[in-house]
Design a protein around this ligand. Structure first.
Ligand code: AMP
Ligand code: MG
Length: 497
């Protein structure tokens, strides 16, 4: 292990015309705020060698590591339903790729490293608060076992970025399975660049679905693979109460990783209509809409693949291709529902002995109860594990009118299986129902201390708690408690611009 990144940059090498080579803007006074030691180790890097002034200069973009070939990637995207033919990395740069210790190819990218040819009106910069937010939520998702991009480092630039008020600037170093998005396909489809689309599809397959490389119907197979990954991903979001907040097609990956922690938030009291983003007026990206939006986004991906599946002048071919992709898109809700149910089955502590219909009815009625009584989603599930162990009191205390819960508990216990296995079942449930999630008020508190007072203590303590989300014995209850309802009612998140 050493400090050197062993770059092997396939995107830059194989896809000329898909990006613009560009350099990060220099930072006046770099300072390392955060370094992810575990992730550095995974990447085969020596964290110790990345600390101090050398690490700060590197992660602020002032000294490029050997082998880095920074590029701004082109992409398009539907933002809140409206199509922008050119978005692209307006404040990000892909430095390159490397193979991690397990042989997985990982992108290393900057966010907040200055203007690029894709910046439009933006300054290309990012602020300390939103970049540390990306660390907290990304690491929380990772610890929850949810596919996600992750933060390797955050460096303060020593420069103020102009937002509503001046804020301390920062650069995030992001690690991703790739930065291929639905919007990447849309960029070339919108320009009618069929050859490049085909190249992109083959690149995506080589990177994420190498088993499909020989498939005679590769684009269709790719669509199926992406749909399967997204169905599983969104189900995992739903089962922890995660609201992405800005599911534009440029923020949906081909890899199936969660990307872009801007206005995201975790739900507190269960409510399918929950939405926190200040710009999501219509609730397009509300909690309960996420599976529908994923499907909508996949339909946009499907459209881009049609030119690869049929000669546009051959009506029969076109109709066949449309029918094929429609089948995949139409199958998405069932795919997602199955993944959701599988997660709910585990969260309910039910084993294979309970049939799907019974599990679905129990899960639906449980959620209806949580909704009707505005019960905290995370604590509700967590306390259900206590009920499995024989102590229903902490769960009942979450309900204003526990009588309805009691009736449901009787039904649930009848399905739960052998009472002799209760302790083991409760332990299993505690491994899938987290005790700690990034509570919005805790996140804000940590970011305010870091951004306003240069105090990273609250951020570090919260990050530590989030790295052990299932551990109730060592984590202070303060991290698990919901925000006061009045705080949640007024809580708004903002795109990290
Ligand atoms: P996002 O909402 O972060 O997914 O960004 C959507 C688009 O806006 C992407 O093309 C970004 O590169 C671009 N963008 C966001 N913030 C900035 C900024 N401060 N400067 C330039 N471009 C930005
Ligand atoms: Mg984005």
């Amino acid at each position: 292990m050493n400090a050197a990144f062993r770059f092997d940059n396939t995107y830059a090498r194989e896809l000329p015309g898909f990006y613009v080579a560009w350099k990060p803007a220099p930072a006046p006074a770099p300072r390392l705020l955060y370094l992810n030691h575990g992730l550095a180790d995974e990447l085969g890097l020596d964290a110790a060698a990345l600390q101090g002034p050398a690490g700060a200069a590197l992660f602020a973009g002032n000294t490029l590591p050997d082998g880095a070939e920074p590029i701004a990637q082109a992409y398009a995207g539907h933002q809140f339903g409206g199509f922008s033919p050119q978005l692209g990395d307006g404040r990000a740069l892909l430095l390159g790729e490397l193979l991690d210790r397990q042989g997985r190819r990982r992108d290393i990218a900057f966010k907040g490293s200055g203007r690029t040819p894709f910046s439009r009106g933006g300054d290309g910069k990012a602020a300390v608060g939103p970049m540390l937010r990306e660390v907290l939520i990304g690491e929380a998702m990772h610890a929850l076992g949810i596919p996600t991009t992750r933060a390797l480092a955050v460096a303060a630039t020593g420069e103020a970025v102009r937002r509503e008020t001046p804020l301390p600037g920062a650069v995030l170093t992001r690690v991703a399975a790739s930065h291929l998005r639905v919007g990447t396909f849309q960029f070339f489809a919108a320009r009618g660049e069929r050859e490049r689309l085909a190249q992109l599809a083959d690149y995506a397959i080589a990177r994420h679905d190498p088993a499909l490389a020989g498939d005679p119907e590769r684009p269709l197979a790719l669509l199926r693979a992406v749909a399967a990954r997204q169905a599983a991903l969104i189900a995992q979001w739903m089962n922890v109460g995660f609201i992405h907040g800005v599911m534009n097609t440029d923020n949906m990956t081909i890899s199936g990783e969660t990307i872009d922690y801007g206005p995201c938030a975790f739900m507190e009291a269960y409510d399918p209509a929950a939405v926190f983003s200040s710009i999501d007026h219509g609730g397009r990206y509300a909690y309960g809409n996420q599976p529908l939006i994923a499907r909508w986004n996949l339909a946009r991906l499907a459209e881009t693949l049609l030119p690869l599946m049929a000669d546009g002048d051959d009506e029969a071919q076109v109709q066949r291709a449309v029918a094929q992709v429609t089948e995949v898109i139409d199958a998405f809700p069932a795919l997602h529902a199955a993944a959701l149910l599988q997660g709910q089955r585990a969260k309910l502590g039910l084993d294979a002995g309970a049939d799907d219909d019974a599990v679905r009815a129990l899960a639906d009625d449980w959620l209806t109860l949580l909704h009707a009584q505005a019960v905290d989603f995370t604590l509700g599930w967590r306390r259900l594990a206590d009920a499995a162990a024989g102590d229903a009191a902490p769960l009942r205390a979450l309900f204003a009118e526990p009588a309805a819960l009691d009736a449901w508990l009787v039904r649930w216990q009848a399905r739960a299986g052998d009472p002799a296995d209760a302790a083991e079942r409760a332990a299993r449930m505690r491994r899938v129902n987290p005790w700690v999630i990034p509570r919005n008020h805790r996140v804000e508190e940590a970011l305010a201390a870091a951004s306003d007072d240069d105090d990273l203590g609250p951020f570090e303590r919260l990050l530590d708690a989030l790295s052990r989300p299932y551990d109730e014995t060592t984590t202070p209850a303060a991290y698990a408690e919901p925000a006061p309802a009045a705080v949640t009612a007024c809580y708004r998140t903002f795109c990290g611009t």
